[in-house]
Design a protein. Sequence first.
Length: 46
Amino acid sequence: MVKDEDYISFLKSIISCINHGDYYSVKEMSNLELEKMNKKMKEKNK
C-alpha cells in the first residue's frame, strides 16, 4: 500500500505540472509511479 505521505507528494507534483500545462510530465510521472508500485508489489509477494 502506498504511504499517505508518498501519495500526497505525488499528487502535489501532478497538480504542479497541470498548473503549468505540462501534461507530458504528468504522463511520465504517472508511468514511473506505476512502475515503482508494481515493483514493490512483486517484491512483497515473493
